[in-house]
Design a protein around this ligand. Structure first.
Ligand code: V0V
Length: 142
């Protein structure tokens, strides 16, 4: 068997949920599940307003994602599916190395080079058709 490089997954970073209204969604997660909003930002390139929700200090986050425009990834997702789970994100040691390791396994990455994600992280995505129907995000924290 071919010796493939390690992808370098460290842990689950976040689960992304598409929502129509970010403020309503934050209030719902606070009120219902007792999560806290620990970060908010707008990412023009990705066409999203996002909020990171936490249950504890170190664990995986829930990322609420609302569209800035209808033709964005989240706008199209909402149009097709309505609100719900949109992506699963892994923290990786090195997004370039992780992307190369996944390409070596025959998986398609959405971007030739990583783009800017939450808090200045570097991100890329695996096409959902190559990952069992799951849009997988790779996050190298800033
Ligand atoms: C589409 N498909 C999905 C999917 N989105 N399957 C699972 N999960 C999803 N989220 C399926 C879709 O039903 C089609 O299946 C097939 O993939 C091809 O879809 P498509 O027509 O090409 O769909 P599009 O145009 O909606 O594009 C889908 C992709 C797009 C994944 C290419 O959403 C994308 O570029 N996503 C990456 C960027 C992103 O998600 N940004 C927002 C989060 P059938 O019908 O052919 O069977 S930004 C973020 O996470 C940040 C900033 C961060 O974490 O730091």
């Amino acid at each position: 068997m071919e010796d493939l490089p390690d992808v370098g997954v460290l842990h689950i970073d976040h689960v992304g949920i598409a929502v129509a209204d970010i403020d309503e969604a934050i209030a719902f997660y606070e009120r219902t599940f007792g999560l806290r909003c620990v970060h908010q930002e707008t990412n023009e390139e990705q066409g999203v307003r996002e909020a990171m929700m936490a249950a504890d200090a170190d664990g995986a986050r829930i990322q609420l994602l609302a569209p800035l425009r209808p033709d964005s990834a989240i706008g199209k997702f909402l149009d097709r599916n309505g609100p719900g789970l949109q992506q699963l994100a892994y923290t990786v040691r090195d997004v370039d190395a992780a992307s190369a390791a996944l390409r070596a396994r025959g998986l398609r990455l959405l971007y030739a080079e990583p783009k800017r994600g939450t808090g200045g992280s570097r991100i890329n995505f695996v096409h959902p058709k190559d990952a069992g129907g799951v849009l997988v995000e790779l996050v190298e924290p800033a």
